[in-house]
Structure formats: C-alpha cells, structure tokens
Design a protein around this ligand. Sequence first.
Ligand code: PBG
Length: 333
Amino acid sequence: MPEVRVPFPTTRMRRLRRTPALRRAFAETRLHPAQLVLPVFVRQGGADEPTPIASMPGVRQHTTRSVVEVATEAVEAGLGGVIVFGIPATKDAVGSSGWDPDGPVPTAVRAIKQRVGDDLVVWADVCQCEYTDHGHCGPLAPDGEVLNDPAVDGYVRDAVAYADAGVDLVAPSGMMDGQVAAIRAGLDGAGHERVGVVAYAAKYASAFYGPFRDAAGSAVVDGGDRSSHQMDPRNGREARLELDLDAAEGADVLMVKPAMAYLDVVAEARRRSDLPVAAYQVSGEYAMIQAAAERGWLEGGPAMSEAVTSILRAGADQVLTYAALELAQAVDR
Ligand code: PBG
C-alpha cells in the first residue's frame, strides 16, 4: 500500500471549529429576532377563544383580543414584524369581506397598532382566497378561470382598507399580473404613499401550503388549484422575470415562497436585486418538522433553527416563520 500524503496538516479546516466560542466568532450567518416575521391568523365569528390548528402544532386562529397579546409578545421578543391573515365571518363570490373596514384584518390591525404603535412592523397579506366562497384568489369567469383584472381590483381595495387601518406593509400574494403596480397606484391615490409593498414575487404553486389552507379556511372548494397564476415548481429562470417585473412595478421588498425547496431562487433574488429579500417558510415546511419532532424522529428546535438559518444563508433579509417566537428565545448569544 503506498502511503497517502495530505498536503497540509489534518487540522487545517478544524482549527476554527474546535470550541463553541470559536464557532460563534466565525459564524457567517446569525439568526437575529429582527429578521423574523410571525404570521398570525385572526378570525371573526365562531368561538371567542383562540382555536388550535390541527395540522400546525403551536399555531392558533386568534380573536382580535388574543392577536393583540401575540403582537405584544412579538415586540418583547424583538421580532421584525407580524403578518396578519384574516378569516372572515362571511364569504361571497367576489370576496367583499376582504375590504370591509370592519373585517378581520382591518379590525386586528387597528387593535394591534392601538396597543403597540410603531414598536412593531405590521404586514397584511393581500389575497382574496380567504374571502371568496369558492376559495379562488379572485372572481371567476363562467368557465371557472380566475379573472386577472377583477382580482387585482379587489386586491387594491383590500390594500387601501388595510392601509386605512394603519398597516406598515401590504403583501399581495395572489400572483395576478400587474398586482404590484395597481396596488402602488391605489395606495398613492388614497394618500398612503408611506405604506410599502412586499411583493410575493416568486410564489410557487406548492404542495407545502396544505396546512395553511386549514388554518385560513382558504382551500379551493371545486377541486381546482392555483397553477394558472402561481409559478410552476419546475421553473427557476422564470422567477427572474417575476422578480424583475415586481421590482419595476415598484415593490419595496421581494419575496420568495416557499423557502426551503426554493433556496436557489432566494439566492438568485439576492444576486439580482438590491431590494431587501424576504422568504416564507410556509405552513408545510413548519408542519413537517413539527410532525417529525412529535414522533421523536428528529429534534424540533435545532431542525427549525437549521432550516431558518439556511434561508438566511441563501440570502434572505427577512424570514416569515411560524416558529418566530420560539426561535427568538433560542438565538445563540
Ligand atoms: C394566499 C396565501 C397562501 C399562503 C400565504 N398567502 C396560500 C395559497 O397561496 O394557497 C400560504 C402560506 C403558508 O402555507 O404558510 N392568501
């Protein structure tokens, strides 16, 4: 057997990994609470206590009162923000409860802002799937197609209603063409120049949204799906077109969603644009770690923090995660 010669001592790569203090000092990525945004669900009608969501252990549908408590915890934990989703008491074919000033999101936003003011960044998701009785992201043509411009008109009304209620950022997630430009113009026209738009720019038609549709009651009723407007998971190059369009339409932040199966797209967004990049660790990404942890198949806390760290390492500035409060407690100081 010839002798194997290593060109440098075998401690070459291990020196800086030797102790926790060395590893901490040379860590390239740091998880900080201000990088985390907590999604919250607020419901009108039904029980007046928060309700657990079976497929998302640890996540609840809130009442206006309990969502304000969570917002207070978010401020104490130093989170980057919360993003509010609404579950309305009534739904119709066009989703008009979405822009009702007394609907779940405006009511929650007013209550949160009244309690915590500008100490917390408050985002609102803008889509119609929670508000239509058929569960699609906008009004339908007779043949069942989701109509682009009528959907966008609804998003503009939603965004203005959320801005009137005091939200800092609106985040259109419906993936209709032209939604960012229309919302920007609608906000400006209503005197809300200071409200920013976080564009769900590269949002894929993903199986990982499954548990969310339980949480938000937004499943498509007729067995259809969202592939005619959300992106095809096979496409990476197309994400560049989406990112560029949303930047050109006036987005303040670009978002990629889901996160972990699309880290290549997060990295591409970071390379391509100097806008801040957000990435959404979606319900299925959260639920699969929780489910495996419940079975003792992996350790939930470290797995969650590794997953979120990977999203930051890929280039995200902000990560939306249902584990934001737990992660904020566990950050390595
Ligand atoms: C649309 C919306 C969805 C999610 C965020 N905004 C659902 C969808 O597109 O079907 C998914 C978030 C998650 O899965 O955590 N309102």
